[in-house]
Design a protein around this ligand. Sequence first.
Ligand code: IDP
Length: 138
Amino acid sequence: MSAEETLILVKPDGVARGLTGEILRRIEAKGYVIADLRMVRADRELLAAHYAEHEGKPFYEPLIEFMSSGPVVAVRASGERVIEGFRSLAGATDPTVAAPGTIRGDLGRDWGLNVQQNLVHGSDSTLSAERELALWFA
Ligand code: IDP
Protein backbone atom coordinates (compact mmCIF):
# COMPACT_ATOMS: atom_id res chain seq x y z
CA MET A 1 0.00 0.00 0.00
CA SER A 2 1.36 3.41 -0.90
CA ALA A 3 0.62 6.55 1.13
CA GLU A 4 -2.70 8.17 0.37
CA GLU A 5 -4.22 11.58 0.96
CA THR A 6 -7.55 12.54 2.47
CA LEU A 7 -9.57 15.67 3.09
CA ILE A 8 -10.30 16.41 6.72
CA LEU A 9 -12.50 19.31 7.79
CA VAL A 10 -12.70 20.76 11.27
CA LYS A 11 -16.34 21.81 11.09
CA PRO A 12 -17.64 25.19 12.39
CA ASP A 13 -18.50 23.69 15.80
CA GLY A 14 -14.92 22.43 16.21
CA VAL A 15 -13.44 25.80 15.28
CA ALA A 16 -15.92 27.74 17.47
CA ARG A 17 -15.23 25.49 20.47
CA GLY A 18 -11.48 25.99 20.15
CA LEU A 19 -10.85 22.32 19.34
CA THR A 20 -8.84 22.81 16.13
CA GLY A 21 -5.51 22.34 17.92
CA GLU A 22 -6.69 19.21 19.74
CA ILE A 23 -8.02 17.68 16.51
CA LEU A 24 -4.80 18.48 14.59
CA ARG A 25 -2.82 17.05 17.52
CA ARG A 26 -4.68 13.75 17.26
CA ILE A 27 -4.08 13.57 13.49
CA GLU A 28 -0.35 14.15 13.96
CA ALA A 29 -0.09 11.92 17.03
CA LYS A 30 -1.43 9.05 14.93
CA GLY A 31 1.49 9.65 12.56
CA TYR A 32 -0.33 11.31 9.68
CA VAL A 33 1.26 14.28 7.97
CA ILE A 34 -0.53 17.60 7.59
CA ALA A 35 0.46 18.36 4.01
CA ASP A 36 -1.66 21.49 3.59
CA LEU A 37 -4.10 23.47 5.70
CA ARG A 38 -6.38 26.46 5.20
CA MET A 39 -9.16 28.24 7.04
CA VAL A 40 -12.18 28.69 4.79
CA ARG A 41 -15.52 30.43 5.06
CA ALA A 42 -17.32 28.01 2.75
CA ASP A 43 -20.03 29.34 0.46
CA ARG A 44 -23.14 27.46 -0.58
CA GLU A 45 -21.71 26.48 -3.96
CA LEU A 46 -18.70 24.75 -2.41
CA LEU A 47 -20.83 23.01 0.20
CA ALA A 48 -23.43 21.89 -2.35
CA ALA A 49 -20.64 20.31 -4.40
CA HIS A 50 -19.06 18.76 -1.31
CA TYR A 51 -22.34 17.28 -0.02
CA ALA A 52 -23.94 16.51 -3.44
CA GLU A 53 -24.64 12.91 -2.40
CA HIS A 54 -26.89 14.10 0.44
CA GLU A 55 -29.09 16.44 -1.63
CA GLY A 56 -32.76 15.79 -0.91
CA LYS A 57 -32.18 14.18 2.49
CA PRO A 58 -33.99 15.76 5.47
CA PHE A 59 -30.74 16.94 7.07
CA TYR A 60 -29.33 18.43 3.84
CA GLU A 61 -30.49 22.06 4.23
CA PRO A 62 -29.63 22.26 7.96
CA LEU A 63 -26.25 20.71 7.13
CA ILE A 64 -25.45 23.34 4.49
CA GLU A 65 -26.60 26.07 6.86
CA PHE A 66 -24.50 24.71 9.72
CA MET A 67 -21.41 24.28 7.54
CA SER A 68 -21.65 27.89 6.32
CA SER A 69 -22.29 29.29 9.83
CA GLY A 70 -18.59 29.90 10.53
CA PRO A 71 -15.09 29.16 9.33
CA VAL A 72 -13.91 25.60 8.83
CA VAL A 73 -10.33 24.36 8.76
CA ALA A 74 -9.58 22.24 5.69
CA VAL A 75 -6.67 19.82 6.00
CA ARG A 76 -4.89 17.75 3.38
CA ALA A 77 -3.53 14.82 5.38
CA SER A 78 -1.34 12.04 4.09
CA GLY A 79 -0.20 8.67 5.34
CA GLU A 80 -0.60 4.93 4.90
CA ARG A 81 -4.36 4.16 4.78
CA VAL A 82 -5.11 7.66 6.09
CA ILE A 83 -8.64 7.63 4.60
CA GLU A 84 -9.75 4.64 6.64
CA GLY A 85 -7.52 5.64 9.56
CA PHE A 86 -8.98 9.10 9.96
CA ARG A 87 -12.56 7.75 9.72
CA SER A 88 -11.59 5.49 12.58
CA LEU A 89 -10.07 8.38 14.58
CA ALA A 90 -13.22 10.45 13.97
CA GLY A 91 -15.68 7.82 15.19
CA ALA A 92 -19.34 7.26 14.34
CA THR A 93 -21.41 10.07 12.81
CA ASP A 94 -23.60 10.39 15.91
CA PRO A 95 -21.40 11.75 18.73
CA THR A 96 -23.60 10.16 21.38
CA VAL A 97 -22.76 6.65 20.19
CA ALA A 98 -19.26 7.36 18.86
CA ALA A 99 -16.79 5.23 20.80
CA PRO A 100 -14.75 6.84 23.58
CA GLY A 101 -11.21 7.40 22.31
CA THR A 102 -12.48 8.86 19.04
CA ILE A 103 -12.69 12.59 18.29
CA ARG A 104 -16.49 12.53 18.15
CA GLY A 105 -16.75 10.13 21.09
CA ASP A 106 -14.47 12.16 23.36
CA LEU A 107 -15.28 15.70 22.30
CA GLY A 108 -18.63 15.67 20.52
CA ARG A 109 -22.02 15.87 22.14
CA ASP A 110 -25.62 15.81 20.97
CA TRP A 111 -26.89 19.37 20.76
CA GLY A 112 -30.47 18.26 20.08
CA LEU A 113 -30.44 20.11 16.77
CA ASN A 114 -31.57 18.87 13.38
CA VAL A 115 -28.03 18.28 12.18
CA GLN A 116 -25.22 16.34 13.79
CA GLN A 117 -22.63 18.90 14.87
CA ASN A 118 -19.95 16.27 15.01
CA LEU A 119 -16.75 18.33 14.78
CA VAL A 120 -15.05 16.74 11.78
CA HIS A 121 -15.43 15.43 8.26
CA GLY A 122 -13.18 12.86 6.62
CA SER A 123 -13.37 11.55 3.05
CA ASP A 124 -14.82 8.04 2.86
CA SER A 125 -12.99 6.61 -0.19
CA THR A 126 -10.10 7.33 -2.54
CA LEU A 127 -12.57 8.65 -5.09
CA SER A 128 -14.20 11.01 -2.56
CA ALA A 129 -10.80 12.12 -1.29
CA GLU A 130 -9.64 13.07 -4.78
CA ARG A 131 -12.89 14.87 -5.55
CA GLU A 132 -13.04 16.69 -2.20
CA LEU A 133 -9.36 17.72 -2.16
CA ALA A 134 -9.87 19.27 -5.61
CA LEU A 135 -12.83 21.26 -4.24
CA TRP A 136 -11.23 22.55 -1.04
CA PHE A 137 -7.68 23.01 -2.36
CA ALA A 138 -8.55 24.25 -5.85
P1 IDP B 1 -19.98 11.18 8.09
O1 IDP B 1 -19.62 12.63 8.26
O2 IDP B 1 -19.84 10.41 9.37
O3 IDP B 1 -19.29 10.54 6.91
P2 IDP B 1 -22.37 11.32 6.42
O4 IDP B 1 -23.41 10.24 6.37
O5 IDP B 1 -21.48 11.50 5.23
O6 IDP B 1 -21.55 11.14 7.77
O7 IDP B 1 -23.17 12.67 6.65
C1 IDP B 1 -22.56 13.93 6.49
C2 IDP B 1 -22.90 14.81 7.66
O8 IDP B 1 -24.30 15.08 7.66
C3 IDP B 1 -22.63 14.17 9.03
O9 IDP B 1 -21.30 14.28 9.44
C4 IDP B 1 -23.57 14.97 9.89
O10 IDP B 1 -23.03 16.26 10.18
C5 IDP B 1 -24.78 15.13 9.00
N1 IDP B 1 -25.73 14.03 9.18
C6 IDP B 1 -25.67 12.80 8.62
N2 IDP B 1 -26.71 12.02 8.96
C7 IDP B 1 -27.49 12.80 9.75
C8 IDP B 1 -28.75 12.57 10.41
O11 IDP B 1 -29.36 11.51 10.33
N3 IDP B 1 -29.23 13.62 11.14
C9 IDP B 1 -28.57 14.79 11.23
N4 IDP B 1 -27.40 15.05 10.62
C10 IDP B 1 -26.86 14.07 9.89
